[in-house]
Design a protein around this ligand. Structure first.
Ligand code: MN
Length: 234
């Protein structure tokens, strides 16, 4: 039977003219396109009551957490820094419930960008609310360079990534936050050349995460398509 991957969706809470101002649930098309012709069918899981998370995870074989808003810093017991971006607590609460349900049901989880950050927070870690708070040197917000072009390098540890990407790999970058305290049970899998953590995996559960966007690179970068394909087979 074909596998299914749950993709945790986002909300356009302010509405948009094209939808007559109505709030909208959505997911970026790149996530779906990168899964086309893999061994798993994507199913979008819209933001909803955390009470439904267990049932939602029962319907899928694995879970992908995607990019978007900053994680609410109250979830790691910090006041909002002046550089904090848009947050949306209902999404945080829904995704934390999904992560807990996936771990309880031993279903694989892949975090991408914000997905990496929410996994770390869900498991008890913390974030730097803005990269200006640490002495980074790289441009981690690559606009206006197109999304499929890699802009900085990461060093890959012995981890799920090493067989897929080798010891050094170029990645794209769309984040202004980063992992501060890595949650217990998580191990670094890739680090940028300025020291920013760019990937981790769990030592205990089938939980994996990358800070960059492989789904945006997949159509042009066979190694990033291989990463997506690898997860689809989990
Ligand atoms: Mn980066």
């Amino acid at each position: 039977m074909m596998k299914t991957i749950g993709l945790a969706g986002n909300q356009l809470t302010t509405g948009a003219d094209v939808f007559h101002g109505n709030p909208v649930s959505y997911i970026f098309q790149n996530y779906l396109d990168s899964l086309t012709n893999t061994s798993a069918m994507p199913i979008i899981l819209p933001i909803q009551s955390p009470a439904y998370a267990e049932a939602a995870i029962e319907k899928v074989d694995s879970l992908i957490l995607v990019g978007g808003q900053d994680v609410s810093p109250q979830l790691y017991e910090q006041a909002p820094d002046q550089h904090l971006g848009l947050t949306y607590l209902p999404r945080d609460q829904w995704e934390i419930a999904l992560i807990n349900a996936a771990i309880a049901q031993n279903k694989p989880v892949l975090g991408i960008c914000r997905g990496l950050q929410i996994i770390n927070v869900a498991l008890g870690g913390s974030l730097y609310q803005d990269l200006s708070l640490i002495p980074t040197t790289l441009k981690h917000s690559q606009d206006p360079t197109p999304e499929w072009i890699a802009t900085h390098q990461v060093t890959v540890a012995e981890s799920f990534l090493r067989p897929l990407l080798g010891e050094n790999v170029w990645v794209n970058s769309y984040h202004h936050q980063a992992v501060d305290r890595l949650a217990d049970g998580l191990k670094p899998a890739a680090v940028a050349t300025d020291g920013v953590l760019e990937a981790f995996e769990s030592a205990i559960h089938p939980v994996y995460a990358v800070q960059w966007h492989p789904e945006m690179m997949a159509a042009h970068s066979p190694n990033m398509q291989a990463l997506i394909n690898w997860f689809a087979e989990q």
